[in-house]
Design a protein around this ligand. Sequence first.
Ligand code: HEM
Length: 340
Amino acid sequence: MESAIPAHLQCPRTRQRRVADDYVPPYPSFVARHAPGVTQVVMAYFGVQHLDDAVAADAALRDLAASFACEGGPAHWDRSRYTDEAGYTNVICAAYWDDPARFDAWFAAQGAKWTREQRAGVGTFIELVRPDVRRYETLFSAPDRPEGIATLAAGMSDMVTEHAYWGGARDRIPASQTDAMQPAGAPRLVRDGGRVTVRPHENLCLIRSGQDWGDTQADERAMYQRDVEPVLRAGMDFLRDEGLSIGCFANRYLSVETADGHGIEKSYGMSWWRSLDALERWAESHPTHVAIFGAAMKYLSTLGPAAKLKLYHEVTVAHADEQFFEYLNCHDRSGMLRAA
Ligand code: HEM
């Protein structure tokens, strides 16, 4: 058992963990460990949306994949889709770098044009954060299946202490040792024709929370599909439709697919929040998450590492200067456009 915060990021605390020093979690979980030389990463969501022009969207996605393959492109990316509340199909490629200078060079040469060059029939958007490694955490129910930013890590930790209690996510973020990470200000939109950028606020929060049921069989699969997934979907619908009132600017419940668009048995919820506080309040109080949290706790405590359902998440709290949002020809309920 070890701390989720790696030794080189531990520092004298001014803020205490939620649990006592002798706390032992009821089931194992693991976190991604970057090489100590990694100090900042980039998590970038490149999206295309359309109502009825799949041909134009596919062409855009092919161009995007080609740009990812260019010098300095992401070390890892994955592709997913969902239909939003306005009825638009959105396909999102989530791309990851662990070298911001490499990202900047790639972005100037390849990435920026995604929301700079008009494409008939589709809207495009970029939502990205580039957090210092002290400003995010990861959590995995199994150590052998990295996803998201963890695909760039040097490896996984041993079992970690800080999980399976409310407040665990905060306690895994190294900055929480000394910083309450409270929000300041509010996002504002800047329009330039069809292009809208977001002036960010301090300590915006992002979660990507993923589910992989590809290895489950029989009872476990039925349990996930019958008991868990519908409740998860209800929670995701709530955040999409009513999230603004509780500080959730935008929520998407995405189905993961291959690079050429074939569905696979993975999904993730991703959402932008006014603050980590607001996300924590939803997680610990909304009946849908409380129910799936309880079901998962029971199930993971019983099955432990034998569970075939894989769960993971990554939670980031970003400074204002670690955020970038740009939308070109997107409808006005898209992503962070709802925030202002
Ligand atoms: C099938 C889907 C899901 C299941 C079974 C599930 C279950 C759980 C469990 C068991 C934990 C505690 C993990 C630990 O510390 O060991 C947890 C934490 C958390 N979950 Fe979920 N969850 C799911 C989906 C989601 C989604 C989609 C979101 C938000 C978009 C979310 C938000 C959170 C947050 C913020 C925490 C951390 C709470 C804290 O540390 O205070 N979860 N979830």
